[in-house]
Design a protein around this ligand. Sequence first.
Ligand code: CMP
Length: 139
Amino acid sequence: MSMQRTLVIIKPDAVERGLIGEIIARFEKKGFRIRGLKMIRLNRELAEKLYDIHRGKPFFEELIKFIMSGPIVAMILEGSSAIEVVRNMIGPTDGRKAPPGTIRGDYSLDIKMNIIHAADSLERAKYEISLLFKEDEIL
Ligand code: CMP
């Protein structure tokens, strides 16, 4: 598989719990290069664009409120097969079901407050990166 870029978000629960450093360290130790990194707070417009594919689902509104509830850390990671490898490192959505050793498995006990988000395809990665980063913020 070729070099890919993906978008990762450290969610408000992880920022609040002081897990930013531990999470970034895992990706750096794995060998990913950080091409963009920022701490921001999402407004409703951006939050709804980020989660547009979940619009209409029963948890949509609480998801939007959660992701806007505090600062997040957004980053662009680059590496071989980044989309798949990062998704494997974060684990399944529900922290209770995520295996130990995955980020959600180690730090989350919840399906909504699940610590971290990562794009699930190349198309989504491109879309999410373009939402959160300007051209000159990508190095
Ligand atoms: P994420 O990978 O960012 O993608 C969509 C998010 O919706 C997911 O992580 C969770 O934070 C949230 N989510 C998914 N399913 C549920 C659910 N059943 N109830 C509440 N939140 C959910």
